[in-house]
Write a protein that binds this ligand. Structure first.
Ligand code: FE2
Length: 294
């Protein structure tokens, strides 16, 4: 019988400051313990509340050994990098950047027509064999992200597959699932996720009921309100419901663990301390950037 994944932990995002003073809500941080392998970091940025201050960004900084995935809900991020790419990620767009051996880039949020900025950034680990690979960008415009409606759920498929519809992101080591799921009030969504794959749901609008095990009294659900990251136990499928009073919107994130030791250091995540030293050495000596210079 198929096992529904129950809640392992609900993570309340913590405020952290990164870049040129950007206040972020962070649910996952890069740690040596690598508990959410292959996921290293999950940040939610916004500049709509006085608390969040004026718009600031992430001036030129390096990455090595990881993939950074930006998904814009509202507003824009202008980006520029050492491969010569220059562009803007707008509402509903995604960018899946594989840093490989080295990228220098700049990420600067801007207000869009709606006047607000909400964006998400996920960091995905790379296996040792790909940490020094050529950098690669997948720019995914909103119109190329397929939308699927299943029951009361409308889903944008950035990566992975729902009801036979595949997302546009390809050739990623961890076989990712990355979905933007809107669930109407009083509806249910379920999706098979391969056993052993790490699975998370970032609830950022509304609230919903997540399966929390069963006992002699029957099945139980736990109510999770935005903003929170649900980390699922292992199983065969994810199942989420909404009660009749509230819809919910969440990102469903899943991927195959890499199972290697990691050493995170700022924007680098490598396998050994020596490789971190090498990254710092390369940065100081102008040998950091891989691929086309520009
Ligand atoms: Fe970055």
């Amino acid at each position: 019988m198929e096992q529904v994944r129950r809640i392992k932990q609900v993570i309340n995002p913590q405020y952290v400051i990164e870049g040129a003073g950007v206040l972020l809500r962070r649910s996952i941080s890069p740690l040596k313990s690598n508990l959410a392998d292959p996921f290293l970091l999950f940040d939610h940025f916004a500049f709509n509340d006085p608390l969040e201050g004026p718009i600031r960004g992430f001036p030129t900084h390096p990455h090595r050994g990881i993939e950074t995935v930006t998904y814009m809900l509202e507003g824009l991020v202008r980006h520029r990098d050492s491969l010569g790419n220059l562009g803007t990620i707008g509402p509903g767009d995604a960018q899946w950047m594989t840093s490989g051996g080295g990228v220098l880039h700049e990420e600067m949020p801007q207000r869009g027509p709606a006047g607000v900025i909400y964006g998400l950034q996920l960091w995905v680990n790379l296996p040792a064999a790909l940490k020094m690979s050529e950098p690669r960008y997948q720019e995914i415009s909103a119109k190329t992200i397929p939308a699927v409606n299943v029951g009361g759920a409308s889903i944008r498929v950035v990566a992975g597959e729902v009801a036979g519809v595949k997302g546009p992101v390809t050739e990623i080591a961890i076989h990712p699932v990355y979905l933007d799921v809107r669930l109407e009030a009083g509806s249910e969504f379920s999706l098979p996720i391969p056993r052993g794959h790490t699975t998370l749901a970032y609830v950022f609008e509304g609230e919903g009921l997540f399966y929390n095990g069963s006992n002699s009294q029957g099945e139980s659900d736990a109510l999770v309100k935005s903003t929170a990251m649900v980390w699922f136990d292992d199983g065969d499928l994810v199942r989420v419901r909404t009660h009749s009073q509230s819809p919910m919107r969440f990102m469903l994130i899943a991927g195959r663990p890499i199972g290697e030791p990691i050493v995170p250091y700022g924007p680098f995540v490598m396998n050994t301390v020596d490789e971190i030293r090498q990254a710092l050495f390369d940065l100081q000596n102008g040998t950091f950037v891989k691929g086309r210079a520009g």
